[in-house]
Design a protein around this ligand. Sequence first.
Ligand code: GAL
Ligand code: ZN
Length: 688
Amino acid sequence: MARLTDATRGRLLFGGDYNPEQWPEEVWHEDVRLMREAGVTLATVGVFSWATLEPHPGVRNFGWLDTVLGLLHDAGIGVCLATPTASPPPWLGARYPETLPRDETGATVWYGSRNQFCASSPVYREHAARITEDLARRYAGHPALRMWHVNNEYGTVCYCDTSARHFRTWLRARYRTLDALNDAWGTAFWSQRYDSWEEIIPPRRAQYLHNPAQRLDFRRFTSDALLECFTAERDILAAHTPGIPVTTNFMPLFAGQDGWRWAAEEDVVSVDIYPDPAADPSDLAGPAHGALVADLTRSQARGPWLLMEQAASAVNFRRVNRPKPAGQMRQWSYQFLARGADGLCFFQWRASRQGSEKFHSAMLPHAGERSRTFQHVRALGHELHTLSPRLAGTTVPADVAVLHDWHAWWASEQPGRPSSDESTAYPRLLATWHRALWEQNLTCDFAHPEASYHGYRMVVVPQLYLMTDAALDRLTAYVRGGGTLVCGFFTAVADGDDRVRPGGVDRRLRELLGLATVHEWWPLQPGETVPLDNGATGSAWSEDLELAPHGGPSAPAAEILARYGGGELAGRPALTRARRGKGTAYYVSTLPDPASLRALLGEAARAAGAGPVLPQAPLGVEAVRRGEALFLINHTRQQVTVPLHHPHTDLLTGRAVTASVTLGRHGVAVLTPTPKENRTCAEGVSAP
Ligand code: GAL
Ligand code: ZN
């Protein structure tokens, strides 16, 4: 199996999607010259080039790609070569309409855009395999080839008849018998019992609410069907080039793929992200989201990974698309570098003059090499070269794990729950809890609930509505063995089939938390809050809890950390803490206001022996350790001064930093502790 280091060769990668098929050959020479000037080391070529490579069924047009790869290689630029299978040519859909996806109503999703393929279509798969095979055969051994990029942002969902048949095959493998399926789906409800496999269909448009277990399985199936497309191409590539790593780029915190399963099939994990530069700069939600995406991708990779796509400035898919103010592209890039990326890449190298993304920014925008954007890109490329020897391949230590599971997410998105208000949405809860850790620079990884998270000092569960027996056993063993758990509401309510656990909440979790019963889930109205008697305010949710009585030395009664201070549940427990075995389990039955959630997690972490990277860093200054480097990133609108307790060296300038470092708006510093023998007396310094 190839590895990321086979692609990076010990250097940080810098570059972007390169679509030379949109340009005449003269331009390619200018591209390569300017790429060199910008310090580009990796160009992702061919992502949407199927119709150029195969203009007519079976015809191969590789000449242009030979030239492009040759030019890049001569310039010392590595190539991440893409299989073009995300966007089949019109001829495929026109000749083989069964390759086109159908929506829930059965309507065809046509060509003329991109991503119009049915993952279950054998015809699509066959054509994708052939072009992949020919690409691999032709470019195996090409000296420019560093990495393979399969498809692009997989995620197309299809409800067609072919997908229905494939879904049945998937279900047979999962359940073996129709009785088992009927049991798992609870088809006794509403007379939904299936009498034969052939009757089973994707959750197509229906009269009223769908069977939730059917919907859950269809999401699992869709992720797996797409994954089969990925692994089929990967295997073809790996057979020709065993030493060249294979990736496919994820969308950030994307619901359509089981990101744990997918990452396990990749040699290199990579992700794309497009935050809105116009987001309210006094709100830290934007940078918090960036940190979450970086932490999640690092956790999926279990080590370094790549930022495959970001915008050099504006995007084109929002209603109003603002450019990034000076410094913001650099700042957001450093966030990904700090949190473990071994490469920073963009969509795309040169702005397109035609097509629906012609107003999307690029490393080389329409305004050309004199543009502000190109200057910023070039400056970043040069900084990466400076930092590369110290950072490439290094990792980010974390003491805290946040449990995350796509299946729990899918199950929690079903209609017909106690609350379908946006305030209770899974990704929102995940982001809110992660943000409370991030804002105090408590570095965390994400972990699958059935994975081994046992080296972490604290495990946080914002919400896992669905939990398998294996996950519950692991969590119980973790706490009893000395771990600290902080658990959010509406967790372990359903089993792996989305069947409600006896008692409403799984018995193992109740015992761990010291709860006898959750009498009622008591969701709050949109915008409604409830006071707690410790000064905190809850929103989104509350619960009518009954604590278990003292159950002997192995199960002492839980302590009440706060009670509801108003509303229907006034006086009843809201936040609790139980000692179990050598460990501790907190329960949080509402969503505390941000400062209170921060305080709760901060105190629990401290008690568990986990601390912030830099306790003196003010709110809005991100501090992360990666390898021997300390990154400081200013997300506030003002200049900030961060005191330092030891002398450091600024890795970008080589200058000594002693008492403090001052960061301007969007400012970033990358420091390393100065060894004792090299310390001189210097003043605080400013970093741009
Ligand atoms: C990504 C996609 C790119 C480009 C980009 C624009 O999602 O992979 O091909 O469309 O968005 O922001
Ligand atoms: Zn289909």
